[in-house]
Design a binder for this molecule. Structure first.
Ligand code: NDP
Ligand code: 8X3
Length: 251
C-alpha cells in the first residue's frame, strides 16, 4: 500500500491515524516522546494487521534529534508516501497579559517549528520520487481566534499559512498538500492544555457531542485516498453542534 509517517502517534488523532492506516495495509512510521506507548502501539499494529511499523522516539522541538533520528532512517523507509504532521498541543488558556512564556514557547516550538523540522527532513525524499502527500493538522483555531486562545490560535494560523506555502512550492514535484482543521475533539488535548486537571478537561466537552479521534482519522484517510489528480487543499470538520472555534451550541 505504501508508507505513512505520523507524528504524535502516542495519543489522540495520531494514534487513531496510525491504527487506521495500518488497518488498510500501510506500513507506518510512528513518532512521539512517550517511548512505552510507542512500543506498545508498534507491537499492537504489527500483531493485529501484519504491517511493518517503525517507532521513532524523539521530540519534534529538537531540531538535532529530528535530523539524527528521522533523518537517518533506513533507505527503504525513506519512501514515505504520506506525512501526517499531527504532533502538537495547546498549553494553557490565558489572556495575553497573563500568559506563560514557557507555554508560548512550547506551542510555537512544537506546532510550528516541529512541523517545519519534520517536513524539511521528509520533503526531499518525496521530491526525489516526484510524489507524496503531506497532511498538516490545523484547527478551527486557525480560522477564528477565541478569547484566551491567542498564541495557540496563532500557531494554527501559521500551520494554515505554511500549508499554503508548501502547496505552491511543491506543485512542480506533484506533492499534494492538505490542511485538515478539526473542531472540538475529545482526546488528551484538554488534559494537556490544563496540565492534568481532569475536571477542567472534561468540562470542555459537556453539553455537546465532540468529534472523536477516529472521526478525524477517517477524514485524513479520505483526503489521502482520492485519485492522483485530485487534492483537497483545506478541510474544516466540526461536531454538528459547533459552527466555528467560538460558537458551540451547548445544551
Ligand atoms: P493529544 O494530546 O491526544 O495528542 C498529541 C500528540 O502529539 C501526542 O501523541 C504527543 O505525543 C504528540 N506531541 C506533543 N508534543 C510533542 C513533541 N514535542 N514532540 C513529539 N510529539 C509531541 O492531542 P490531539 O490528538 O487532540 O492533537 C493532535 C493535533 O491536533 C495537535 O496538533 C492539536 O493541536 C490538533 N487539534 C486538536 C483538536 C482537539 O480538539 N483535540 C482540534 C483541532 C486540532 P508525546 O506526548 O508522546 O510526545
Ligand atoms: C483545538 C480545538 O478550538 O478548542 O485546536 O482550541 S480548540
Amino acid at each position: 500500500m505504501g508508507i505513512v509517517l505520523i507524528t504524535g502517534a502516542t495519543a489522540g488523532f495520531g494514534q487513531a491515524c496510525a491504527t487506521t492506516y495500518a488497518s488498510k495495509g500501510y506500513d507506518v512510521i510512528i513518532t512521539g516522546r512517550r517511548k512505552e506507548r510507542l512500543e506498545a502501539l508498534q507491537t499492537q499494529l504489527t500483531q493485529e494487521f501484519g504491517v511493518n511499523v517503525l517507532a521513532l522516539n524523539f521530540d519534534v522541538r529538537d531540531e538535532a534529534a529530528v535530523k539524527a533520528v528521522l533523518g537517518n532512517i533506513p533507505e527503504e523507509w525513506q519512501k514515505i508516501d504520506i506525512l501526517v504532521n499531527n504532533a502538537g498541543l495547546a498549553a494553557g488558556l490565558s489572556t495575553i497579559d497573563e500568559g506563560s512564556t514557557d507555554d508560548w514557547n512550547a506551542m510555537i516550538d512544537t506546532n510550528v517549528k516541529g512541523l517545519l523540522y519534520v517536513s524539511r527532513t521528509v520533503i526531499p525524499w518525496m521530491r526525489s520520487r516526484t510524489t507524496g502527500h503531506i497532511v498538516n493538522i490545523g484547527s478551527t483555531a486557525a480560522k477564528l481566534v477565541y478569547a484566551k486562545g491567542n498564541v495557540y490560535c496563532a500557531t494554527k494560523a501559521a500551520v494554515d499559512a505554511i500549508t499554503q506555502g508548501m502547496r505552491i512550492d511543491l506543485l512542480p514535484y506533484r506533492i499534494k498538500v492538505t490542511a485538515v482543521h478539526p473542531g472540538a475533539a475529545e482526546t488528551e488535548f484538554s488534559l494537556v492544555r490544563f496540565k492534568g486537571d481532569e475536571d477542567k478537561a472534561k468540562d470542555v466537552y459537556k453539553g455537546f457531542i465532540p468529534l472523536t479521534a477516529q472521526d478525524v482519522a477517517d477524514v485524513v484517510l479520505y483526503c489521502t485516498s482520492l485519485p492522483p489528480h485530485v487534492c483537497i487543499n483545506d478541510l474544516v470538520l466540526t461536531p454538528l453542534q459547533q459552527a466555528n472555534a467560538y460558537y458551540i451550541d451547548k445544551k
